[in-house]
Structures are given as C-alpha cells and as structure tokens.
Ligand binder design. Structure first.
Ligand code: BGC
Ligand code: BGC
Length: 615
C-alpha cells in the first residue's frame, strides 16, 4: 500500500503552490493605476478602447458568465433585475456581494468602481425586510412632495446600506391608459403633478450631494412616452412597449415636462424607453435622445438603455448597437443573453469594439459616452477615494423610523370614494370581521416589483397587513374575526372587505378588462346580503370598474398599492386621521370609456380627476 511520506508531502505542497502561482500568473493582477484626483478628461485620454467599451456595459448579476468578467472585461456597471437577489436575501449578504464585485473592479488597471443599479422604485423593494412604500400612483393621490422626498431619502439609505449606489427610479410616466400593466408606476395624468413629485423623488434619492454616504444616483425613466402607446400596438397585441402615436406638441406637453424638472433637480441618469414614437423605437431615436434631451434640454448625465432594450430595434444585433449608441445611448443594459449568439455582454463588447474599429461608431461618440459616465461616477465620489461601503446603515433597513414615514404616506394616499357615515369606525365595536383576499396579505398590498419581479401573494416580507392593523387599533373588548371568504360574518357590527388586484408588473400586467375577480364579487355579495355595514378597501394598481361595488358598499376607499405598512389604512378607517387623498387619475365608469383622461373633450367618468372625500 502506498504510504504518504514527508517527501511526497512536500512535493505535493510545492505542486499546489505552483498551481496557485500559475493561476495568478495567467491572469496577472496589475496594480490599479491611481485615478484619484485626476480629471475625467485625462482619465478618458489614457483609456484603451476595451476599457472605454467596458465602462459603457452594464451586465446583470445573475447573468455573469464568470464573476471575474467584471475585471477581465472592465465592466462599468452591474444590475440586479427584479427579484435578482443573492442566495441569502439579507442586507449584509447584499453588501457582501456588492463588495466582492467592487473588489474585482478595483483589480482592473484603472480601478474604476462600479455603479450598481437596482429597481428600488417603492422602497428598496427587492430586499427582504426593507420598508416598502406605496407605488407611485398612491403618491400621486397623496400629492405631498415633501413626503415623497422623505420616502426617497429613506429608500436611498436602505439602498446604500446594501452597498448599492444607483436606483432605476423615479418613473415619471404619464399613464394615459389604465389597461397598461405599469399604470401604478405613474404618479398620474397631470404633467405638472408628475413633474413636482418626480423632482422631489430625485432630490430625495440624491440628497445633499451625490457623494454623501446616504445618497444614491437617480435614474429618471422611461424616456419618453412610455405611458402613451395605443392599446394593441404593444407586446402580445397589448400595450406595454407599444407605439405612442401622438404629435410632437402632445409629446412635449404631456410627457416632456417631468424630464425638464428632473434635469433641473440634477438627475444623474435617464433610462431610454421600450416604446416607439410614431413607429420608431426610442432606443434608436437620435432626435429624441440626443437633439432634444442632451442638446436642447442640456442633460449632462448619461442615458442608460432598458433591459435588452436595444435588441428591439429592427435589424441584427450589431446594427442595434450601432444605431443605439449613435442615437445617444451611453451605457447599455445588456444584461445577459442577447438576440445574437447568446453570449450577452461579451458579445456586446466584441461587436461595439468592431463597430468602432470599422468606423460605424466614431471615437468621439465613445469618448462622449465614457466622459458622461465618468462624470457621474466622479460626482458620486467614486473616482476620488477607495471604494468603501458603509455598513453602519444596515440597521436602517426596515427600521421603525422608516416604517413610520411609510405609514404616513399610506394614510395620505388613500382616496375615499364613498361614505354614508359608516366611516370612521368606532374602536370599541364589539365585533369586526375582516374579509377578502387582501385582508391579511402583505404581498397583495405591495403589488409588483416587491421581492420578486412580478411580486407575490401572502407573506413575502415582514410588514403589517390590514387585519393586523385592525387588531392593533381596536379596544381590548373588540373581537376581530378573519374570514377569508366572508362566510363567517354573523353578529358583526361592521365588515371590512379587502379586494382588488393580484400582483403583477410589466408585460404580465396589461389587462383588457378591469373588472373585479369573481372571488372578490362573491365576498361582496355575501356581505351585502347580510345587511351588515360594509367598508370596502380596494387594493389596485389602477382604477377598476366598480359601479356595482360602489352601490353595494357603505363606504369605499381606494388604497392603491400601499406596501408593507397596512396600519396606515387603519389609521384612517378608525378616524385617527381623515382621508385626504385626491385622484391623480380619472376613474372610468366603463371599459369602453378607456382611455379616459382629465381634460378630454368627452369627459363623463365615474369620478373626475381630483376627486376624494373626507370626514
Ligand atoms: C424595466 C425597467 C427596469 C429594468 C431593470 C426593465 O424591464 O422596464 O423599468 O428598470 O427592467 O430591471
Ligand atoms: C428581470 C426584470 C426585467 C425583465 C425584463 C426580468 O427577468 O428580472 O428586471 O425588467 O426581465 O424582461
């Protein structure tokens, strides 16, 4: 039998050392040349084409072929798409992951840190345990820019706590059609309101200065006309990513103002939109990206493309790259697999370098893009000192203080559409039943872009459901019963019915019909037939067709997609606060009225823009 002897051992050790050394020498780690204190201009001058193209590339974390590609391809940015979390979805694990990526970026010749982007669009919504605040449609109804700014500021803190420095928000879409699955990402129909709140959000994210330890770079999106397409021109014959068939005057009046304000507020970045304008995809639209946004409006930050957004331009992948970069896109969200060979960012990098060498993209255009990207990085403080991630912010993720601010936003976003005097409820009723799919459902309250891309039902993350809010609120003598289907309501003094939409996000949320679910209608009918006073709370990302419900209910509150703090709703139900929200969208009376918008010539909705009752 072979016996391991000392000489064998030392030989093995030598071999191991050689193997380790060998690994290191095949991929030499060149010590980062210090860029600290250098001007962007001089850095750009010193860069190779590979380094420049790398800066212009944003890869998806889940799609990295090898993590070391961050170093080997000089990547400028990484993103988490919706729900793209580390294996353990905890703040510290996120921070560890980002640190690892930054460490790889620091091993490049220039050592330029990454921008890490994420959709923190209503709180740091991909992170388990974070504070999830109302979606934009609720903030539109709230109409309080100071509070929007505070929500963005708390979100920025929670984002920075996880090492991330860039959020793909605010969405300043002017949603013209309720059937669009992203209607809830829009603040409403009025460009002035969208501008006011979009600006407040940019200011909240970016804080006192972009290099402050609790600030993140904002990304105003989706430029431009994302909420304007005509039903039938989008994906699957629906509306998302469709064609905005409107004249330039309408584009400028309804959709451009929020960008003017966002630029004024200093938005570091702007994202191009999937939609077309009169048949031409925005991702390849030079007139809108370069002539209007950069030249006319003077936007000095950079334009990032949307997720595989350039792939939608007609032509092969290489021509998509050439068209979009020449049109004015500065950084491309590849993010993984592309239409071409399927090699994702590696293929993108190869083809863009080829295009430059062949002269289809001028070096001046590349230099302009890289200069814009590095200017943003410089104002974020990334070029002036070694990257450091501030772990002390971790305790703010989902903190009581943050949840209190979110709760205030929830109660201010509620729009009371009907009340016969049943509301507010007394806290000392002897028996209250809370029923419906949304009664005890934090996931349904949160809607899409919450933990998962499309969101999910149930206990997706810590929060307070409406049922829990009721339990906290009532007197110790009050009996609170939870009955999912409303079958167990006898003897109740009041029934709170929570119904609405199951979570959805882009692509999956387009709906030709906006009636309530059959389950929801049944619960309402059951309660109605009991004759017990009924308060309906509607959880939805948009107005729905509710004529029958409105007649059956004694009181009805539109709660939109309030997020994790359901007790903001009970604050109003039990009269600690009076409802103050006003519709930032028109509430249609029937499907055939849609699209219907404020200032339309034939305007006879169920509820007009600005409607909202109080106590
Ligand atoms: C969405 C963007 C989002 C991006 C990254 C896209 O599909 O349209 O709003 O920022 O994905 O997740
Ligand atoms: C990602 C989203 C992205 C979407 C676009 C999803 O897989 O998680 O962030 O917006 O794809 O298609």
């Amino acid at each position: 039998m072979f016996k391991l002897q000392d000489k064998h051992l030392s030989f093995l050790m030598l071999l191991t050392t050689l193997v380790i050394l060998g690994c290191n020498t095949t991929e030499p780690i060149v010590k980062a040349e210090s860029i600290h204190g250098k001007s962007v201009e001089s850095i750009v001058q010193s860069m190779t084409l590979a380094e420049k193209v790398g800066q212009m590339t944003q890869a998806g974390r889940a799609h990295l072929v090898r993590e070391s590609d961050i170093r080997d391809y000089n990547l400028g940015s990484i993103l988490s798409g919706g729900g793209s979390a580390p294996d353990v979805n905890e703040p510290a694990a996120w921070a560890d992951m980002v640190d690892e990526y930054q460490d790889l970026a620091s091993q490049t010749r220039l050592g330029i840190p990454l921008m890490y982007g994420i959709d923190a669009i209503h709180g740091h919504n991909n992170v388990y345990g974070a504070t999830i605040v109302p979606h934009n449609i609720g903030l539109g109804a709230m109409g309080n820019p100071e509070l929007v700014k505070a929500l963005a500021a708390l979100t920025a803190k929670e984002v920075r706590a996880t090492g991330i420095n860039w959020t793909f928000s605010p969405c300043v879409a002017n949603s013209r059609d309720e059937r669009w699955g992203r209607a809830y990402e829009s603040f409403g129909e009025d460009p002035a309101l969208i501008s006011l709140l979009g600006q407040a959000m940019v200011e909240g994210y970016q804080g006192s200065a972009l290099n402050a330890p609790d600030a993140v770079a904002a990304c105003t999106k989706h430029y431009i006309g994302d909420g304007a397409p005509t039903w039938g021109t989008g994906n699957n014959g629906q509306i998302d990513r469709g064609d905005a068939i409107i004249d330039e005057g309408t584009l400028r009046t309804l959709h451009l103002p929020p960008y003017i304000e966002a630029i004024e507020a200093g938005t570091a970045t702007i994202m191009a939109s999937y939609n077309s304008w009169n048949g031409v995809k925005l991702h390849g639209h030079r007139q809108l990206l370069t002539d209007l946004l950069k030249d006319e409006l003077g936007f000095e930050g950079f334009i990032v493309s949307d997720w595989q957004g350039i792939d939608e331009i007609p032509g092969d992948y290489k021509s998509d790259i050439i068209t979009s970069i020449n049109a004015g896109v500065d950084m491309v969200m590849v993010p993984g697999i592309t239409r071409g060979s399927g090699e994702g960012y590696r293929e993108f990098i190869k083809l863009l370098k080829e295009a430059v060498n062949e002269g289809s993209v001028e070096m001046t255009r590349i230099d302009d893009a890289v200069t814009r990207i590095l200017n943003v990085k410089k104002s974020m403080g990334l070029l002036d000192s070694a990257y450091a991630n501030d772990r002390s912010l971790i305790s703010t993720v989902g903190s009581a203080e943050h949840r209190e601010i979110a709760r205030q936003a929830v109660r201010e976003s509620l729009v009371m559409l009907k009340n016969d005097g049943t509301l507010p409820l007394a806290k000392d009723l002897s028996k209250i039943v809370v029923t419906g799919r949304g009664a005890d459902n934090v996931g349904m309250q949160c809607g899409g872009w919450s933990i998962a891309w499309q969101g999910g039902m149930g206990d997706i993350t810590p929060g307070t459901s409406i049922l829990e809010g009721v339990q906290e609120m009532v007197s110790s003598e009050t009996q609170v019963i939870h009955s999912l289907t409303g079958s167990d309501i006898s003897g109740a003094d009041a029934v709170i019915v929570v119904v609405g939409e199951s979570p959805y996000a882009e692509m999956h949320g387009d709906r030709a019909e906006l009636e309530l679910d059959e389950d929801d209608i049944q619960v309402i009918n059951r309660v109605k037939s009991s004759g017990i006073p009924m308060v309906v709370v509607l959880l939805s990302g948009r107005p729905m067709i509710i004529n029958d419900v409105l007649e059956d209910a004694n009181s009805l509150l539109a709660a939109w997609l309030p997020g994790t703090e359901g007790n903001g709703i009970t604050d109003v139900l039990f009269g600690d606060y009076a409802p103050s929200g006003k519709l930032s969208v028109t509430w249609p009376a029937s499907m055939d009225q849609i699209p219907i918008n404020w200032k339309d010539s034939n305007y006879s909705p169920l509820f007009s823009y600005g409607y909202g009752l109080t106590y």
